[in-house]
Every structure is written in C-alpha cells, then in structure tokens.
Design a protein around this ligand. Structure first.
Ligand SMILES: CC(C)(COP(=O)(O)OP(=O)(O)OC[C@H]1O[C@@H](n2cnc3c(N)ncnc32)[C@H](O)[C@@H]1OP(=O)(O)O)[C@@H](O)C(=O)NCCC(=O)NCCS
Length: 152
C-alpha cells in the first residue's frame, strides 16, 4: 500500500510547490511558504510519497464572527499521483488537526470540477449554495459550488 506522509509545509518545499503550481509566481510561493509556519490565520500542509512532495492544501481560519469557520484553498495533487487517496488523506488530516475553536469547514469548487465535487461529497461535505460567476480568470466566469461540513 502507498505510504502517504502528511506534514506542515517547510521552507525547503518552495521549489516542489513551484513545480506543483507552475502558474504561481515562484518568489511569491517562496514567501508564502516562509510565512506559513508563523501564521495564526492559516495552516499549510503537503503530502509526501517516498520523500517527494506531491500535494498541497491550504487552510485559512476565519476572523471575528467567522472565527469558528475554516476554508480550504489551493488543493492540488500531482497528476501522476491522483486517485490514490492523497487528497482524502490531506483533508482528513487537516480536519483532525483543526484548532479546537473551528466548528465548520468550508470549500468552494468550480461547478465543472467533477473530481473535486466527488471528493468533497465522499468526505461528507454538503452543498449549501452556488455563487454565480464566483470564479473569474482572464474574462471567463464560472459558478462556484459552496460546500460545508460541521466537524463539531
Ligand atoms: C481533485 C483532486 C485534488 C483529487 O485528488 P486525489 O488525490 O486524486 O483524490 P482521491 O484519490 O483522494 O479521491 C477521493 C475520491 O474523490 C473522487 N474523485 C477523485 N478524482 C476523481 C475524478 N477524476 N473523477 C471522479 N471522481 C474523482 C472519487 O470519489 C475518489 O474516490 P475513489 O478513487 O475511491 O473513487 C485532484 O484531482 C487535483 O489535484 N485536481 C486538480 C486541482 C483541483 O481541481 N483542485 C481542487 C480545487 S477545489
């Protein structure tokens, strides 16, 4: 069976993440990674297979009247490692390690991202809405499906 190791991001992961996210600016990726361990507003995880970083997940913690909510961002698994349960393990790990004050986890998925919608549904997330034109890139709009799971 595949041995998946999930851990918090480290400074030396910057180049592996730049390869996972070729559309991210490499300098900004480096800064994001360096900032991550100190931040109280986010947790950034990676998955390793045989010491190779193959996936990433960012969790952002809400503030003020949303301080009981965490939102998942930038979930990606390297194309060579998909359908092996890695995203499932990342999300389960992130939920298990949520700060005690987080009660709800939240995700936003492009309406045509069947893989991601199936993944969150399998993990027990429920659809609570649709944000019309909630995603925009280079003049193209897509609806976002809003998903949530109560964890406590
Ligand atoms: C979506 C993504 C993160 C899934 O990662 P993964 O590690 O392959 O997912 P898992 O192996 O944990 O899959 C768990 C379940 O999700 C569903 N799923 C995953 N990929 C799927 C696909 N391509 N088609 C249909 N269902 C899929 C299945 O129900 C799967 O369970 P199964 O393999 O037992 O059938 C990955 O495809 C990816 O990185 N895609 C590009 C980036 C992206 O879309 N990120 C999400 C933004 S919200």
């Amino acid at each position: 069976m595949l041995k998946i190791k999930i851990r918090k991001v480290k400074n030396e992961d910057a180049s592996a993440l730049a390869a996972l996210f070729p559309h991210w600016d490499a300098e900004i990726t480096k800064k994001r990674v360096e900032r991550a361990p100190k931040s109280k507003r986010e947790a950034r995880y990676v998955a390793e297979i045989e010491d190779k970083v193959v996936a990433h997940l960012l969790v952002r913690f809400g503030a003020g009247w949303q301080s009981h909510i965490a939102t998942f961002y930038s979930l990606v698994v390297h194309p060579d490692y998909r359908r092996k349960g890695i995203a499932t393990e990342l999300i389960k790990y992130a939920i298990k390690n949520m700060p005690k004050h987080i009660e709800i986890v939240n995700a936003q998925v492009q309406h045509d991202n069947k893989a991601s919608l199936a993944l969150f549904s399998k993990l027990g997330f429920e659809v609570y809405g649709r944000l019309k034109d909630g995603w925009k890139k280079e003049g193209v709009y897509k609806d976002l499906i809003l998903l949530m799971k109560r964890i406590r």
